[in-house]
Design a protein. Structure first.
Length: 504
């Protein structure tokens, strides 16, 4: 369980939608982007309803590392090349605006969410890469951030170089969002949990249909479901999904490096800490990035990450890891989030997605942008993030082609490939496998007690074959990252329908 889920237990369930209703704006998705959008709109006097398939602040947002930063690895050098100096400046301004907005909301609502202001770092240990980080520091500084190149980071191991940006933040995302949700309701907003939206009719007004029948009629709709559940803008071709593992363990307070850190080395490693009782901090380390469904031996990946944490931070008492979880991110092929109209012809439906690993600042940036749009204004960076922006061959071609090749390999290959014939008898307790039963691909999991759970192995989104993740006991789709429980329930979209049961 994530530390955030563990330490901000779920409040009473908010009631599912049980009858047809109306609102000025309907927000689909109760993560940080959806909740803050709804809150900003309610604060501006709009009637809003939030529709969440599960529990609010419990999906991707409940499993983030919760760094709130405008320093996004090495994006400023890239933005200078692809969007020019003005694009880089607008990106920096919009992301720093989001960092300040989080701090402002926490202060306005007097939320105790462990918000801490501190520097953010992108670092390398390979001396050959130090020059590139020196250039990135210059690009970030030109973009308007308080950035500098340094070799002193506070980390308990040497680095060859780092970009340091002051005035960034970290917080407890669920403590923040659950308080914000209470304030949203106090302002007249409505939140319905356990309400999966499966239908969207665009028009004036728009109409949303819940899986169990009731409808919501709204002038405007915001789709903030991480990966969009309604993809009418071809976003699936521009979004790659990845999963990252997280381990956490207490360290002595004096070992706190006092910053948030990221390196792309070793398959990415991210470090931050959080308050953790007397004389201690909780060290949170993230890494081992992989495409869902292709992670191979995920338990071994967890061990590799835990070993890295123990070796770099020897103060972990007994080397004991107290929390393990996984985060999921969507990466746009040109690295800039997609925020705006759902598709070029959309007049009242909006989308917010593609925050990469930076969903806290990105989600709040999107909320600010969409709330401004829906209340008659526009922010200076609306065009930068325009979700219907024309593709640029220069800035997107390599990532786009790579993503299409990987997805196409699964989408087409999974239709041609026949899983090995087999039966549940071949699946050992505690493991899962895709086998062909009666000519059809079947996802078979045998629990530790020996009970077999069998469902279709065809993802209900676009039909790729799912694969088993032994560390999380889930089925994952490599094409767009949908995740399913072993009984077929949807844990994460874009799929909205469960994997149907099969006779093993
Ligand atoms: Fe798209 Fe599975 S998530 S096919």
């Amino acid at each position: 369980m994530s530390y955030w889920m563990d330490t901000a237990p779920a409040p009473a369930r908010r009631p599912p939608l049980t009858e047809d209703t109306e609102a000025d704006v309907a927000v689909v998705g109760g993560g940080i982007a959806g909740l803050v959008t709804a809150w900003e709109l309610a604060r501006a006097g709009r009637g809003v309803v939030v529709l969440e398939a599960g529990r609010i602040a419990a999906g991707v947002t409940g499993h983030t590392t919760a760094k709130v930063s405008a320093l996004h690895t090495r994006i400023y050098g890239r933005l200078l090349r692809t969007r020019g100096p003005e694009g880089a400046r607008l990106y920096a301004r919009s992301q720093q605006d989001a960092v300040e907005r989080v701090a402002g909301i926490a202060a306005e609502l007097a939320v105790d969410c462990d918000l801490e202001r501190l520097p953010a770092y992108t670092y390398v240990t390979d001396p050959a890469e130090a020059g590139a980080l020196r250039a990135e520091a210059e690009a970030a500084r030109e973009a308007g951030l308080p950035a500098a190149f340094t070799t002193g980071t506070g980390l308990p191991f040497p680095v060859a170089g780092a970009v340091r940006v002051e005035h960034q933040a970290q917080f407890h995302p669920r403590a923040f969002l659950l308080a914000l949700a209470d304030d949203l309701v106090a302002r007249g907003g409505r939140i319905h949990e356990d309400t999966r939206i499966t239908g969207l009719t665009e028009g004036e007004p728009c109409r949303l249909t819940a899986e169990h029948g009731p409808t919501v009629t709204a002038r405007d709709v915001v789709v903030a479901t991480h990966y969009p559940v309604f993809d009418r803008g071809g976003h699936f071709a521009r979004l790659a999904v990845h999963r990252e593992l997280v381990v956490a363990a207490p360290i002595p307070a004096e070992a706190d490096p006092h910053g948030v850190y990221l390196t792309e080395e070793e398959g990415t490693r991210s470090v931050r800490t959080a308050p953790y009782g007397d004389g201690q901090r909780l060290l949170i380390v993230t890494g081992e990035k992989f495409t869902p469904g292709t992670g191979g031996d995920v338990p071994a990946r967890f061990e590799r990450l835990a070993d890295w944490a123990r070796s770099r931070f020897p103060g972990i008492p007994g080397g004991v890891i107290t929390h393990r979880w996984a985060a999921q991110d969507t990466d746009p092929t040109d690295t800039v989030p997609l925020v705006g109209r759902l598709h070029p012809g959309a007049r009242h439906v909006y989308v917010a997605t593609g925050f990469g690993g930076w969903g806290m600042s990105g989600g709040v940036m999107a909320a600010r942008l969409l709330a401004a749009r829906l209340t008659g204004g526009d922010l200076p960076w609306a065009e930068l993030y325009d979700s219907t922006r024309l593709w640029s061959a220069v800035r997107e071609a390599p990532a786009f082609l790579g993503h299409q090749a990987r997805t196409g390999k699964h989408w087409l290959g999974d239709r041609l490939r026949t899983p090995r014939a087999g039966s549940a008898d071949t699946v050992a307790p505690g493991t899962g496998a895709v086998v062909r039963v009666g000519g059809r691909p079947c996802a078979v999991y045998r629990d530790e007690e020996g009970t077999v759970h069998a469902v279709s192995a065809r993802c209900t989104h676009l039909g790729c074959l799912v694969a088993f993740n032994a560390a999380e006991t889930t089925w994952e789709c490599p094409c767009h990252g949908s995740r399913f429980a072993v009984d077929g329930r949807v844990l994460q979209g874009p799929a909205t329908r469960p994997l149907p049961p099969r006779e093993p």
